[in-house]
Design a protein around this ligand. Structure first.
Ligand code: NDP
Length: 398
């Protein structure tokens, strides 16, 4: 009997627990652990079959090791925060357990994320005969797999990649973030980096935008170029790429609030002294904002996330767009979460399924585009995230 240990009981953890619970043959036993066990119990109560819950501080390696030894899982699905990636990887190595996450490691005190820290575990995972699958969410995650699938089936060589993440949903609040506010705000306020002619080029945050009309009537949105972690692994694994960019949609109200909050210092990550206490402004702000998990019932509309790839096939230039559209209300009906958590949690479950079933099982630390995209994409169709390919779409991008 293969057990899975899910760590993190936030918006994404809830979806992963639901989706794993739906597949009893692949995930016969599930343990959901988080800093606050009450949250795990609340999620457990929503599920169609019983799962175990546990309390753990994932910043603490000995605590993690003790829990993993007690549970004895086949693998850990890490859907806590990026700050915990390395401690959980350390605990997996110490206990001989496979590992999966959805976001790359970020130090708590520096708004900087990159794969170098996790790639440094390559030899240790290989030597231990263990697999670590990095970035099995939507972006990173499905977008990497989309790129791998397009490169495999449609091109001899890929040259230009644009990842476009549109959230056409509306939660009715003037300002709220769809996933962990601290991680979200750190991401969008960072300098933009995109890949061009063999190097990353830095531009000011949110300084380049264009209008994009999504297929299937999702709508027309302003999309802004920003840095996203999958650009680092995709440009390494596809060295033929001449340019790679990531675009995300933002509404005017979100941007106005973010600008004001930034101007008054509320998005800062340095502690400040307040009435005899040290507080980190962005953590205080997180406390004031709506809990992303509470947005589910209020969010209406659809997301549209996909990859536009231009390259060469049989000597001719062509373009391929592969995307998924996901409806916030449909997600809520199924797993009581909005589409942002859903589109992250389903690929996390599918990545774990690939490992549990042995479809993807190779020792070492892997970015998801390094594995065969075909079985993963077949499962996206089967488990709630169907996708569509358009060859030579009728739009032009910057
Ligand atoms: P939430 O903040 O909603 O949930 C995080 C969970 O982790 C909470 O239950 C939290 O506990 C728990 N946690 C935090 N610190 C610890 C700790 N030290 N020990 C144990 N548990 C801890 O975040 P989301 O669910 O929105 O996101 C989860 C992960 O998914 C993040 O890493 C995020 O970056 C990633 N993500 C990836 C995406 C992708 O497409 N690849 C998209 C969206 C998110 P508590 O409630 O006590 O704080």
């Amino acid at each position: 009997m293969k057990k899975v240990l899910i760590i993190g009981a936030g918006g994404v953890g809830q979806v992963v627990a639901h989706k794993c619970a739906q597949l009893a043959d692949v995930f016969p036993e599930i343990v959901l652990a988080s800093r606050n066990e009450e949250k795990c119990k609340k999620i457990a109560a929503q599920l169609s079959r019983p799962i175990e819950t546990a309390q753990v501080d994932a910043d603490n390696v000995p605590e993690l090791v003790a829990l993993i030894r007690k549970v004895q899982p086949f693998m850990v699905i890490n859907v806590a925060l990026p700050y915990q990636d390395l401690t959980i990887m350390d605990a997996c190595l110490e206990t001989g357990v496979h590992y999966l996450d959805t976001a790359n490691y970020e130090p708590l005190d520096t708004a900087k994320f990159e794969y170098s820290w996790q790639w440094a575990y390559q030899q240790r995972f290989r030597d231990a005969g263990l697999m670590a699958l990095l970035g099995s969410g939507f972006d990173p995650g499905a977008t990497n797999v989309f790129t791998a699938y397009i490169a495999k089936h449609y091109f001899d060589e890929i040259h230009y990649l644009d990842i476009i993440d549109v959230n056409g949903g509306d939660h009715g609040y003037p300002f709220a973030t769809n996933f962990n506010p601290e991680i979200n705000i750190r991401e969008v306020t960072a300098d933009c980096r995109h890949w061009e002619n063999g190097e990353f080029v830095t531009t000011p945050p949110m300084s380049v935008k264009q209008s994009f009309t999504c297929p299937e009537g999702v709508g027309t949105f302003n999309i802004y170029r920003l840095y996203h972690e999958e650009l680092e692994s995709l440009t390494k694994n596809y060295p033929s790429l001449k340019r790679a960019q990531f675009w995300m949609s933002f509404g005017d109200s979100y941007l106005k609030h973010l600008e004001v909050l930034g101007n008054v210092g509320m998005t800062g990550i340095e502690p400040v002294e307040f009435q005899g206490q040290q507080i980190v402004p962005i953590q205080f702000l997180k406390q004031l904002l709506p809990d992303p998990a509470s947005l589910g019932p209020r969010t209406k509309g659809r997301t549209c996330i996909g990859c536009v790839v231009r390259g060469i096939k049989d000597g001719k230039e062509k373009t391929v767009y592969l995307y998924n559209i996901c409806d916030h209300q449909d997600c809520y009906k199924e797993v009581q979460s909005q589409a942002i958590s859903y589109t992250t949690g389903v690929p996390a479950m599918i990545g774990a399924k690939m490992m549990m079933e042995g479809t993807w099982m190779q020792p070492g630390v892997w970015n998801i585009e390094q594995l065969d995209p075909d079985p993963f994409l077949a499962d996206m169709n089967a488990y709630g995230l169907p996708w569509t390919v358009i060859e030579d779409p009728d739009f032009d991008l910057l």
